[in-house]
Design a protein around this ligand. Structure first.
Ligand SMILES: C[S@@+](CC[C@H](N)C(=O)[O-])C[C@H]1O[C@@H](n2cnc3c(N)ncnc32)[C@H](O)[C@@H]1O
Length: 486
């Protein structure tokens, strides 16, 4: 089986630079919906933290430099990437909608859907998950990209769920929209793979009028374009605390229907990795992409939990800093869509994805993350982290010492891009040592770790962490299936 790949970065760059024409069998995406809000990752309630959370991704759009650049690129169409229908549509929408958040969002989607259509195989399928906020505009974009090049609109799937409250102002909103397109009229659709068991009632209804028993093949019914699949409730076993996480059952239906074993499944906005985990479980090859390191980190943990380290270690990653130059590039990257990306990457990498990102403001704003380690059977102690991408000085150690006292932390770690000065190292040493009784060893209370040591020397936090930061998704496959996948 070919490699499974996880790309860290903006999917537009990745699609353009790294994914060849006609190489993907199925693409499902669940991009931001233009919901005008930002989403937080909620961590497990561990240690004494009160439901820690950190921003996962933003879904607020403005008519900014990215939108202006995208608009000019589509209109100029210098490389002939864009279909004339799409260029005309964007021109028209510019007239109708004006230069605002909605047009910015649609331009971002038009650029990416154009690449997705290109990378799909001729028999490939595309599912765009959205909601009624922008689904009607997105359909115009998809028609312009797909139908102008021999593709077909197949379905508007309604995913109906029951979670969320009732409304007295209007009908309660209980559905998402999934637009299903194919690149040509020849495509995979395994209807028998997705049959649903009948209820007693529908079984009785399915008896033919003469009362003859239905054949065994007819016992399960074919699903319609209304999917009745429960959304993840707060107690769901799959739940990882990732906002907008989709249920595995939804992806199972899509992947089973529109791909075969061994096919390549792409999710260009993969979040906490529902598509890739289900693709793995069903024996498909997969490619995932996400712009935030929190997602990448979460997916690697989720794969490890579900299939074991052999599977997660075999995933080919791309875009993650591997040397000091690329770490510096990440530290200096300016991207309004991301917040503290370098800090998050540094601390998650150093802790093997076990840290909780701290986004609290105010007194503890200096701390970038916390983690808990085991001190006894049921006890834990806290480590605080601060990440500095420049300008480290001796005073930072004194501040960290103060933070340790306030946070009641046993250990503190400063991760720095610059080399620390000698007085800094001396100041850290002066904080003394912490005796870990169960480990039978001492740790420096304050340690300084350089990014170079992390990326080039492979240095990682070496202390047994007892608690899982993110809830584990169910172990995904039975033993035989796992063997196949290894
Ligand atoms: C709605 S979530 C996807 C949730 C996912 N379906 C799941 O079940 O976990 C959208 C994801 O798209 C990512 N994203 C947003 N813009 C992106 C871009 N330009 N390139 C790559 N990923 C992006 C966000 O970081 C977020 O993780």
């Amino acid at each position: 089986m070919a490699d499974n790949k996880l790309f860290y970065g903006d999917n537009l760059d990745i699609l353009r630079k790294k994914i060849k024409d006609e190489t993907i069998d199925l693409c499902y995406i669940d991009p931001p919906f233009n919901s005008k809000r930002n989403y937080n990752q909620i961590y497990n309630n561990i240690g004494n933290e009160d439901r820690a959370q950190a921003q996962a991704f933003m879904d607020t759009w403005t008519w900014d430099d990215l939108a202006i650049a995208g608009f000019s690129e589509i209109l100029a169409n210098d490389d002939g990437r864009f279909q004339s229908q799409l260029v005309a549509l964007i021109q028209g929408l510019h007239k109708v909608l004006g230069e605002g958040p909605l047009l910015a969002y649609l331009i971002s989607m038009a650029l990416r859907v154009t690449e997705i259509q290109r990378v799909l195989k001729n028999e490939g399928s595309f599912y765009l998950h959205c909601d009624p906020t922008s689904s009607h505009y997105l359909k115009l974009v998809l028609d312009a990209v797909f139908c102008s090049q021999g593709g077909d609109f197949q379905n508007e799937v309604i995913w109906n769920y029951q979670t969320g409250g009732a409304s007295k102002q209007r009908y309660a909103r209980k559905h998402d929209v999934i637009l299903f397109y194919t690149k040509s009229s020849k495509f995979t659709f395994n209807s028998d793979e997705i049959r649903e068991p009948r209820t007693e009632k529908s079984l009785a209804r399915a008896q033919n009028p003469a009362g003859a028993r239905i054949t065994l093949d007819d016992v399960d019914k074919l699903p319609t374009d209304v999917f009745q699949i429960p959304a993840l409730n707060p107690m769901a076993i799959e739940r990882l605390g990732y906002p907008t996480q989709k249920p595995e059952a939804l992806l199972e239906r899509i992947i089973l229907a529109s791909s075969n074993a061994g096919d390549v499944v792409l999710d260009a906005y993969c979040g906490c990795g529902t598509t890739v985990v289900v693709a793995q479980k069903l024996g498909r090859q997969w490619i995932g992409m996400d712009i935030t390191y929190q997602s990448i980190s979460l997916i690697l943990r989720r794969l490890e939990k579900a299939f074991g380290a052999a599977v997660s270690n075999a995933v080919k990653t791309d875009g993650i800093p591997r040397d000091i130059k690329s770490a510096e590039a990440l530290a200096h990257k300016k991207d309004d869509r991301l917040r503290k990306e370098f800090e998050k990457w540094a601390v998650l990498t150093y802790t093997n994805n076990r840290a909780i990102i701290n986004e609290k403001k105010g007194a503890d704003a200096g701390i970038d993350a916390v983690a808990y380690f085991m001190t006894g059977k049921n006890d834990n102690a806290k480590i605080i982290f601060q990440v500095k991408s420049g300008g480290v000085k001796r005073g930072d150690i004194a501040t960290l010492r103060g933070d340790m006292g306030r946070e009641n932390a046993a250990l503190a770690i400063l991760i720095t891009l610059e080399e620390p000065s000698r007085p800094m190292v001396a100041e850290a040493k002066a904080a003394g040592q912490y005796r870990h009784e169960t480990m039978g060893r001492n740790y420096d209370r304050i340690s300084i770790v350089t990014v170079k040591e992390i990326v080039e020397g492979g240095k990682r936090l070496e202390i047994p962490m007892s608690l899982e930061v993110v809830k584990a998704a169910q172990r995904a496959a039975g033993p035989e299936q796992q063997m196949d996948l290894l």
